[in-house]
Design a protein around this ligand. Structure first.
Ligand SMILES: [Zn+2]
Length: 560
């Protein structure tokens, strides 16, 4: 008998409450009680998690539907605070139980995480976190409503992406200006939102006994395997390894385009003046192409991918009223991954689709694990699953292109990794500074942002757009919705590059390593998960140089 009925409504507190109360009040005196308690709690959490997922998915698919937005806010305002409250009570029941240390080893990760959660939990932080969720929702609404009149039509920013690759410089310039100026119209309110978020977050941290939000978040995100200092070392390594390569690429770009200086609208265009790659016209072509790619790699990956479409777990096209970005959300009860994105026919869309498919494979590979927390994974490793898959599919990109265009797409993807790492460092370093100095003024924030741009940015002439440049951090949604969640992409990229290195030497061996790590879910810590796939976790300059060197080598093998 399952603890919760199959049709329990996980979006309503009234339905959930009796089960929560049962967990809160039941006697835990027998030897197996603690394990049953964990299992029952897991099956209740599955239902709630899936209800939340479906509301969230709905909310991002229909930002202009009031009823759906209300349903989401109902959950945020009425259910989530209760869940936090009970979650703390239940965590305490487990962690403070006299037999907690006698639990089998498989619960070690869970208990370690819960102990941390309890240490940092404060009742008075619940309304603060509700407040910050509301501000983040407002930020998302503002961004979701941003459209421009271009080419005689109302267009979303996702739809505008294609113009940044246009070979006609004045079209690119007009597109860049249209998007940047539209974004800038909202900059005042977005700055206010960020100011408020910083104050709220700093308060949350100090309430919990931390010096600042950095330290709080390292605990809250269960970053047990690396420190703030490691991140700073990582930034340094990236600066010394990646910046010379990307500045070389910038100089080549300038020469190839025959320009005296690069402007912000010159960064996306093909330097040879070729029109943008057009891998597909409609979304179904993209899905079919990806299906062939994964079937070519292995029957297992192909079959997993096909399950998504078959189970209605894809919302991929770009349309008005859809939130920006892309994500994979695991439906814990159905054990199915859902993929959301805004496809408009670009190569970048293919990469996003493959990226999210990588997350979906992770969900499938860990779907056999019993408990909800075991089917989770540290983000740094979750992103290895997705970023590695982007690289591992390289030999298959002929499914969308002839070999010449496939080479072109591969070259671009590899070059993008080299320029992404410094961008990641920019965002991470920015957040470290922002929360280490929570009382900074907007002017100081702008100064810091520009300074980081000098350190990690491309050589671009921003003359005439200083005001826009100063607040260009506002487009990075992570800063708002998921603070400090960004260095993960850099750490994971290192893991992904190692996986790719294996794959370049032996494809089967690499897929076996991929599966070995992913199948463990969150039953091991980050370092061990890396090890299970034969990957090293390091931030040293020599290590970063070795992996970025592999990219440089691969680029040399590709036609220019
Ligand atoms: Zn991802």
């Amino acid at each position: 008998m399952s603890f919760v009925p199959d049709d329990l409504d996980g979006s309503s507190w009234e339905s959930i409450e009796p089960y929560m109360n049962d967990l809160r009040d039941r006697k835990l005196s027998c030897s197996n009680c603690l394990e049953t308690f964990i299992t029952d709690r897991s099956s209740l959490s599955e239902v709630i998690s899936e209800a939340r997922a479906r509301l969230y998915i709905d909310m991002t698919c229909h930002t202009d539907n009031e009823e759906i937005q209300k349903a989401w806010m109902q959950f945020v305002e009425n259910v989530q605070p209760k869940l936090s409250e009970y979650s703390d009570i239940l965590n305490r029941r487990l962690v403070e139980h006299e037999s907690v240390d006698e639990l089998p080893e498989r619960f070690d990760i869970l208990v370690k995480g819960l102990k941390t959660d309890i240490e940092i939990f404060r009742e008075e932080n619940i309304p603060l976190s509700t407040q910050s969720t509301k501000l983040v929702t407002e930020y998302n609404e503002i961004c979701g409503a941003q459209m421009v009149e271009f080419d005689g039509e109302q267009k979303t920013f996702a739809q505008m992406a294609i113009y940044f690759e246009n070979t006609n410089r004045s079209v690119r310039e007009a597109a860049w200006k249209a998007v940047s100026e539209r974004r800038f119209e909202d900059n005042e309110r977005i700055s206010e939102i960020y100011d408020e978020l910083i104050q709220i977050r700093h308060k949350i941290a100090t309430n919990a006994g931390f010096e600042g939000f950095q330290e709080y978040m390292f605990a809250s995100m269960h970053r047990f395997d690396y420190t703030i200092e490691d991140c700073l070392e990582f930034h340094e390594s990236i600066e010394s390894v990646c910046q010379p390569l990307r500045h070389r690429a910038d100089r080549e770009r300038m020469r190839d385009l025959g320009l005296g200086s690069l402007r912000p609208w010159d960064m996306g265009v093909d330097v040879k003046g070729r029109p943008p790659l057009q891998p597909f016209n409609d979304v179904q072509d993209m899905v079919d192409g990806c299906s062939r790619i994964f079937h070519n790699m292995s029957a297992e990956l192909g079959n997993y991918f096909d399950q998504l479409d078959a189970n209605d777990c894809l919302d991929l096209d770009s349309r008005k009223g859809k939130a920006p970005g892309g994500y994979q959300y695991y439906l814990q009860k159905s054990r199915l991954p859902f993929i959301f994105m805004n496809a408009a026919g670009t190569q970048r869309n293919i990469e996003t689709m493959i990226h999210e498919a990588g997350h979906a494979f992770h969900s499938f590979y860990s779907g056999h694990l019993d408990l909800i927390h075991e089917r989770d994974s540290p983000i740094e490793f979750a992103e290895v699953a997705s970023m590695a898959m982007e690289l591992l599919t390289h030999p298959q990109w002929e499914e969308f292109y002839d070999s010449k265009d496939a080479d072109r797409a591969r070259r671009k993807h590899l070059e993008d990794i080299i320029s992404f790492m410094p961008w990641m460092a920019t965002i991470d370093a920015f957040q470290h500074w922002v929360y280490a100095n929570p009382d900074h003024s907007r002017e100081e924030r702008a100064e810091k942002w520009l300074e980081l741009g000098e350190r990690f940015g491309p050589k671009v002439d921003m003359a005439g757009f200083e005001d826009i440049h100063k607040v260009s951090w506002q487009r990075q949604g992570h800063l708002f919705g998921v603070p400090f969640y960004y260095v993960e992409y850099g750490i994971a990229q290192l893991g992904a590059l190692q996986m790719w290195k294996y794959h370049r030497r032996n494809t089967e061996d690499a897929l076996a390593r991929y599966k070995a790590g992913l199948s463990l879910g969150y039953t091991r810590g980050l370092t061990e998960l890396f090890q299970a796939s034969g990957l090293e976790l390091s931030f040293s300059e020599s290590y970063v140089r070795d992996l970025i060197g592999e990219i440089d080598e691969a680029l040399a093998e590709l036609p220019a």
